[in-house]
Design a protein around this ligand. Structure first.
Ligand SMILES: [Fe+2]
Ligand SMILES: [Fe+2]
Length: 236
């Protein structure tokens, strides 16, 4: 099955046209479009409506997760609703599948850091809540992956589940770009690949510690490729 994937569209008044250009031709090149969060720039109703109009013009299946920017105004439920009505399946742990062929396990994910530097659940209550928020995303992803019995499965996130695809970002912000914890269910339940966004200055290809391929499809990352891309094409 032919998949197209892109994240970090950051829809707002001045990016709307650029988004439409980036997605030109996607419906003839793929059966499913995966959107890896930061669909809007500040999570406003207006931004969501603009994006919904653009996406509803594309005659293919669309599956998305929200990103941190989509939560910024506190209207993420409305953003989700507007996109859902425009034919986008916005996932927050619910398994989505297309027949017996393809299953998507989608969560936003969260921050927390990588490998030996991962934030541990210790000390103040506020810090424990931070770690718990990431742990909750890990459990949602595990549950969604576990439910799929399709031929191919993809983990779709906004935050990065591995360090290799955020290389290029300043080291000081690595801990805010994702968490190794998110890769636990991926390495255990082995989807064909994982997709994320969020790290605009990151790297396209990487892998989890367990060797599952990971792609950072943030639009700025795809734009820096030679030739520049508006979405990444994948076959599963
Ligand atoms: Fe972003
Ligand atoms: Fe983000």
């Amino acid at each position: 099955m032919r998949i197209a994937a892109v994240g970090d569209l950051h829809c707002r008044a001045d990016t709307r046209k650029t988004i439409a250009q980036a997605l030109t031709g996607v419906a003839s090149e793929a059966e499913v479009l995966l959107l890896a969060g930061d669909l809007t720039d500040h999570g406003t109703v207006e931004e969501a409506q603009w994006l919904a109009e653009e996406l509803s013009r594309l005659p293919l299946e669309k599956v998305a997760v929200l990103g941190n920017h989509d939560y910024d105004t506190g209207r993420e439920a409305e953003v989700r609703d507007i996109l859902t009505k425009a034919g986008v399946s916005v996932l927050d742990g619910e398994p989505w599948h297309r027949g017996d062929d393809l299953g998507i396990a989608g969560v936003k994910g969260f921050a927390g850091g990588f490998e030996h530097a991962q934030l541990q659940r210790f000390g103040e209550a506020s810090l424990k809540q931070f770690v718990d928020a990431c742990h909750a995303e890990e459990l949602k992803l595990e549950n969604a992956l576990f439910q799929h019995r399709t031929r191919a499965r993809i983990a779709l996130l906004h935050y990065a589940p591995c360090r290799s695809t955020i290389e290029g970002e300043p080291l000081e912000i690595f801990a805010f770009l994702g968490a190794t914890r998110l890769a636990n269910p991926i390495d255990q339940l082995r989807p064909q690949l994982a997709i994320h966004g969020h790290a605009h200055r990151g790297t396209l290809r990487g892998a989890t510690r367990g060797g599952v391929p990971v792609f950072n499809v943030a639009l700025p990352v795809l734009r820096r490729l030679d030739p520049p891309l508006g979405y990444l094409k994948l076959e599963v």
